[in-house]
Ligand binder design. Structure first.
Ligand SMILES: Cc1ncc(COP(=O)(O)O)c(C=O)c1O
Length: 381
């Protein structure tokens, strides 16, 4: 618990920081200044304070012992974790790219650069999750040096609790790539990897998290100290301080509004999924409540079949990927709620099932978007 004096210092610093940040961290002079751990550069007092303030906010938000905001992207955060926790020839277990795992840590991704073997965590497509019994058996059998939870297609929390004891007993390092669900974790509405047995949580800051584009690593004292020491100058030489200032603001907004935001995101994705299912679209996870994250999966049997549908939707200004994954973070931040999710499902039905002329649907989409131009869950000036 903060003492009164500490709290006042923090509030007064918050106010000063806010005065700098409100005029646009990205366009501030932080965008062309350097600072470094050895304080080689001068004139960095405020930048150093912003970094410290951002790290402290991140530590509070994620209940982490250490935080680092210098990573240029989620992928670089994966790289920092893997490069420091493994050596050539080690075995990594993670969700396979075929099951929705992140291709960047699958075979032709970072493991191909770092010389790692990769094995899939057994996965149930019916439950859209890691299969605990089979995973326990495989971990004991193949003894990976490192296990990474988290995925790119991520509907349901991963069973960290159920697997960590066995993983620890064979000496595996555990990490959680929370790139997609970082905003939901911050809002306390998905799962809490650091409290469930993963000493490290890392990933992007701009998917379900408020942004800007970048990466973050949160860790316990022991691993955090190792990673922090190694980041500069091996993985990031000069960090982007204007981005870190913007991320600091986003962290503070997440601290204040994250819980309400994350709750609405999940309500929206569940409503959207149900409405699409009711229209007869093949929505994944219908027997499981569809989703517990910001994502909804339309199960068209993969990327090739999804492309045609994604292209048709693009003509109406509804943007999905070729997966077909839908995400509700952005529309939620614009203030959309359950009734707008039903409207979006209806527009998708018109575009795809009714084959209504794309120009006509686009007009309706633009009308809807025009009503939601304001950013919500943030500090207003
Ligand atoms: C699970 C996961 N981790 C990491 C990344 C890479 O993130 P970034 O785009 O921030 O490098 C992605 C990309 O979408 C991802 O899905």
């Amino acid at each position: 618990m903060n003492s009164g004096a500490e709290r006042n210092a923090s509030i007064s610093f918050h106010q000063k920081t806010w005065q700098v940040l409100r005029f646009g961290p990205y366009s501030s002079e932080m965008g062309h200044r350097y600072t470094s751990p050895d304080h080689f550069y001068m004139g960095t007092r405020l930048i150093d304070k912003v970094e410290k303030f951002g790290e402290e906010t991140a530590k509070r938000l994620f209940k982490a012992e250490t935080a680092d905001l210098r990573l240029l992207s989620g992928h670089v955060a994966d790289l920092v974790f893997l490069a420091n926790m493994t050596k050539r020839g080690d075995l990594l277990m993670c969700v396979s790219a075929d099951d929705g795992g992140y291709p960047g840590i699958w075979r032709s991704g970072l493991p191909s650069v770092l010389g790692l073997e990769v094995k899939a965590l057994p996965f149930s497509k019916d439950r859209m999750n890691i299969q605990v019994d089979k995973a326990l058996e495989t971990i004991i059998e193949v003894k990976p040096q490192v296990i990474i939870f988290g995925a790119s297609l991520f509907l349901f929390p991963h069973p960290i609790n159920e697997l960590t004891e066995v993983a620890r007993s064979i000496g595996a390092h555990i990490g959680f790539d929370g790139s997609h669900v970082m905003g939901l974790i911050a809002g306390g509405k998905f799962q809490s990897p650091l409290q469930e047995g993963s000493p490290t949580l890392f990933g992007s800051t701009h998917k379900s998290f408020f942004g800007p584009q970048g990466g973050i690593i949160l860790a316990d004292e022991e691993i955090g100290a190792v990673l922090k020491e190694r980041i500069h100058p091996a993985f990031v030489d000069n960090a982007h301080w204007n981005r870190i200032a913007a991320l600091t603001l986003a962290l503070a907004e997440m601290e204040k509004f994250g819980s309400a935001y994350a709750e609405q995101v999940i309500r929206n994705s569940q409503t959207l999924a149900k409405a699409l299912d009711d229209y007869g679209f093949p929505v994944a996870g219908s027997n499981l409540g569809y989703t517990k994250s910001h994502q909804v999966l339309m199960n068209f049997g993969g990327y090739k079949h999804g492309r045609e549908l994604a292209e048709r939707l693009e003509k109406t200004n509804i943007i999905v990927d070729c997966g077909v994954r839908l995400g509700t973070s952005e529309v939620t931040r614009r203030g959309m709620k359950e009734s707008e999710m039903e409207k979006i499902a209806q527009l998708m039905k018109e575009a795809i099932l009714d084959e209504k002329q794309s120009g006509k649907v686009r007009e309706e989409v633009e009308d809807l978007a025009a009503e939601f131009q304001k950013v919500n869950y943030c500090f207003h000036t």
